[in-house]
Design a binder for this molecule. Structure first.
Ligand code: NAD
Length: 251
């Protein structure tokens, strides 16, 4: 066990697959009680059917992050066990890579609703259920596309830039209440959602431009997220941690 998350109750949105799923399994292995929230019940069913070698446990929570009452109800159900929430990871996102003139009202609305509105409900759920005497942790998922221009990432990049902004504001606003707010910006990680938008040739091209000359893995994100969730990062607030092999640094 690299980080001790025993006695922590953590809500992860978009935990049915990809980075969120890997984090749910990793955090449970560190002893946490993990609320794995996703809009897709079949993904949660698959997650729960995995053999559990963890010392903590995973609680499946079906909800759409765009629906405030559903998020609050899921958070209340999870917090009911321990009496509180210690962390929320705003991970759910919808990824459409579209040149700006191909963006439709439907894709624009969905990316903004899941990526931005859903994150605000996640923050409110944490505030409602945190224990002020213990403090709490907020993590927002950003991306290198928030800081560098990547053709075709259009609206998705705007939502990820919003995560940086939300993180800085929450660090200032909620720090005095004992909530640390940080963001993780993963480089290119071939998750189910990302693979659907990216050709193998494009992945090869990207890997060649990354200073460490490889793509990211879900485990790279999990390792960094476990650090941000744990007391090992107790003075880290308002940071955007790049887990991208050096892409943003290299420009
Ligand atoms: N994969 C990458 O290369 C990469 C790079 C940078 C940032 N990120 C960010 O990391 C996070 C995870 O990305 P991923 O690649 O694992 O994504 P993914 O598409 O593989 O998984 C996203 C999960 O979110 C769920 N979800 C979508 N809409 C939802 C909603 N309305 N309510 C609840 N759950 C919902 C999906 O069902 C899915 O399980 C995202 O915030 C993404 O923007 C990913």
């Amino acid at each position: 066990m690299e980080f001790d998350l025993r006695d922590k109750t953590i809500l992860i949105t978009g935990a049915g697959r990809g980075i969120g799923r890997a984090l749910a399994i990793g955090a449970a292995a560190c002893g946490a009680t993990v609320g794995a929230l996703d809009v897709d019940p079949s993904l949660l069913q698959e997650l729960m059917s995995q053999p559990s070698g963890e010392s903590g446990r995973i609680v499946p929570l079906i909800a759409d992050v765009t629906d405030r009452s559903a998020v609050m109800a899921a958070a209340a159900k999870l917090a009911g066990g321990s009496g509180r929430l210690d962390a929320v990871v705003n991970n759910a996102a919808v990824i459409y890579y579209q040149p700006i003139n191909e963006v439709t009202e439907a894709t624009l609305d969905r990316m903004l609703a899941v990526g931005i509105k859903g994150a605000v409900w996640g923050v409110q759920a944490l505030i409602a259920h945190m224990d002020p005497s213990r403090g709490a942790v907020l993590i927002n998922m950003s991306s290198p596309v928030a800081e560098r221009g990547f053709r075709g990432t259009g609206v998705y990049a705007m939502t990820k830039a919003a995560m940086g902004s939300l993180t800085r504001t929450m660090a200032a606003e909620l720090g005095p209440k004992g909530i640390r707010a940080n963001a993780l910006a993963p480089g290119s990680v071939p998750t189910p959602g990302a693979i659907a938008m990216t050709t193998p040739e494009e992945y090869q091209r990207r890997a060649a431009t990354i200073p460490l000359r490889r793509l990211g893995q879900e485990q790279d994100c999990t390792n960094a997220l476990l650090f941000l969730l744990s007391d090992a990062s107790s003075f880290v607030n308002g940071a955007i941690l790049h887990v991208d092999g050096g892409s943003v640094a290299a420009g």
